[in-house]
Design a protein. Structure first.
Length: 260
């Protein structure tokens, strides 16, 4: 699939919590071909400091015109993005990477943690909706209620049954979101996950034990997002190395060595 370098226009910046912001960007070239699970590389300033772009999962794509990204404020680059205002330009490269295979007609489970929730909303909007298709269960985890309350409601609009977990117990289960997965697995055909590596390691292990298909969207530091810098290498099955930007970010969980 072809990727584009596009000067997007910021349409809105919504503050979902103290540190979580959602940018809506007018980027018709990228939005027209984006698929759930793909990502963009976004510039994080107008000078050479910060020098490198940052990778962001495509959170939503609208009518082949605009797309959204979720930004968790961590450092200077993400702070810059959170402070953009409507009308500002933001350089993007995308869509990049290999996305989810959302063709199953059986019951599915989407499990996301923290900023890893971002690509799952786009996926939920593309799941089959025919009468023959079964339910979608969504498990969402974060540190606090503030990071989840808006996002959890948006999954419901796609007909998903949503369960939550927070580290501080302020919403849903008090503890890890992966603790809720064993009760769900017997009723699903496939699991899609994105989030912290430790969470996905647990999810992949549970799916392997239950012989249930699992696709995982990996997060990694990237310098280019195009497979040139080789900075996002991971251990793959069969004594191989894979690159998150080129071979992923979505992998069949069996392709990954989770505890090398």
């Amino acid at each position: 699939m072809r990727e584009y370098q596009e000067n997007s226009i910021v349409q809105a910046v919504d503050r979902l919590s103290d540190s979580l912001h959602r940018l809506t960007l007018f980027a018709p070239q990228i939005a027209a071909v984006a698929r759930p699970g793909q990502f963009v590389m976004a510039s994080c300033g107008t000078t050479l400091d910060p020098l490198l772009r940052r990778p962001f999962s495509i959170h939503q794509s609208f009518a082949d015109v605009a797309l959204q990204i979720l930004v968790k404020v961590i450092g200077r680059g993400t702070r810059y993005l959170s402070e953009l205002r409507p009308g500002a330009e933001l350089s993007l490269i995308g869509p990049l990477g290999r996305g989810f295979h959302a063709t199953t007609t059986g019951s599915v489970c989407l499990i996301g943690g923290g900023i890893g929730i971002a690509p799952l909303l786009f996926l939920a909007s593309h799941l089959p909706t025919s009468p023959e298709c079964s339910a979608c269960t969504v498990l969402l985890g974060s540190q606090t209620k503030a990071d989840l309350i808006v996002l959890s409601e948006e999954f419901i609009q796609f007909g998903c049954q949503v369960h939550t977990a927070t580290d501080d117990g302020s919403l849903g289960h008090h503890g890890y979101i992966s603790n809720l997965l064993p009760a769900v697995l017997p009723g699903v055909e496939k699991v899609f996950t994105c989030g912290p590596h430790a969470m996905m390691t647990t999810v992949a292990g549970l799916c392997l034990e239950a012989d249930i298909a699992c696709e995982a969207s990996l997060e990694a530091h990237m310098a280019c997002g195009l497979g040139a810098c080789l900075g996002c290498a991971i251990h793959g099955s069969g004594n191989t190395y894979k690159h998150v930007c080129k071979h992923g970010p979505v992998f069949d969980a069996r392709e990954i060595i989770w505890n090398p």
